[in-house]
Design a protein around this ligand. Structure first.
Ligand code: RIB
Ligand code: CA
Length: 307
């Protein structure tokens, strides 16, 4: 069965690649956007760029332009001022289907069985949907997030950007009681890195999607290496798609996970209880390993399927 998904995102280079993969590996019921890597107007424009470039018959709905309580924060150092720096910016003719992502999420989940929510940016839209319609918790097939970490953070020693940007929203989502909450944290996504070989393989596909992805990665890899000197740059968001479409690539462990909302030094930290005898509910399937090479083959095959 091809999974039905709603992608909630803040494009962002890796969000754009996640959309590219989902366009071939899943049935995308809609894309919702949120403030994150860039302000909402740009993350929304970037989502429209991807649906037009890939010729996806998928509506984009704009959502929250700020976190629940905190001031908006962005990641221009990783994604550039536009949120999608690198490639020549395509002209777009498409427009947003609505500015009410939360209503779209609620209505779509209520009207379709077995929908996966795949949030790969700050969790503001998902938290707002839960507040308005708690019934969606039992209606969805599951939630597969990119966020948090069963290890170090990236914005801070403990905070990963998506959950650090809106820890209050993340806490609502992790405490909601979803029957399936999959977490692709930084401990996992740093095993799924891109390098110059992959960029070359993408260019060799000789199709528009492959060239655009390669142009995105040229910027993303260079920007990452400027800041960290790593050989590879972690491809975060596509892991949340693969966890739904290819769970066999991963090792999951059931864990109790809470999100820190008050910590001076631990804002947005995912507190993953690895003791094995803790009292909290095992509310999250934490991903600890991925078969990188097989995952990259799945990625290249999906991109090659675009004309
Ligand atoms: O920390 C990585 C996450 O923050 C990814 O989703 C990336 O797109 C940014 O949103
Ligand atoms: Ca993202």
């Amino acid at each position: 069965m091809t999974p039905k998904v709603i992608i909630d995102c803040d494009p962002g280079h890796d969000d754009a690649i996640a959309i590219m993969m989902a366009g071939r590996l899943t049935e995308v019921l809609g894309i919702t956007t949120v403030s994150g890597n860039a302000p909402l107007n740009l993350t929304t424009e970037n989502a429209l760029i991807m649906t037009e470039l890939l010729d996806l018959d998928v509506d984009v709905h704009a959502g929250a332009d700020r976190p629940l309580l905190l001031a908006p924060r962005h990641a221009a150092e990783a994604h550039g001022r536009t949120g999608l720096d690198g490639p020549v910016r395509p002209e777009i003719t498409l427009e947003v289907a609505s500015n009410d992502a939360v209503a779209f999420i609620i209505e779509t989940v209520r009207n379709n069985d077995d929908v996966w929510l795949v949030p790969i940016g700050p969790l503001t839209n998902i938290a707002l949907a839960l507040r308005q319609a708690p019934d969606i918790v039992d209606r969805v097939a599951g939630v597969s997030i990119m966020g948090g970490s069963a290890g170090a953070g990236n914005v801070t020693a403990t905070g990963e950007f998506n959950l650090w940007a809106d820890p209050h929203a993340a806490s609502i989502v992790f405490d909601a009681g979803f029957k399936k909450l999959l977490m692709a944290g930084l401990n996992l996504t740093h095993q799924f890195g891109i390098d110059k070989q992959l960029i070359s393989d993408l260019r060799d596909l000789r199709n528009r999607a492959g060239i655009f992805a390669a142009d995105l990665f040229d910027f993303y890899l260079a920007s990452y290496q400027k800041r960290t000197h790593g050989e590879r740059a972690p491809l975060h968001d596509p892991c949340a798609i693969l966890a739904v479409t290819h769970p066999g690539l991963f090792r999951f462990e059931s864990r109790n996970v809470r999100v820190e909302t008050e910590g001076t030094h631990t804002r947005g930290m995912t507190v993953v209880d690895e003791r094995g005898w803790g009292e909290g509910p095992l509310n999250c399937e934490v991903e600890y390993s991925i078969d990188r090479d097989q995952g990259m083959r799945v990625f290249l095959e999906a991109v090659s399927a675009y004309t």
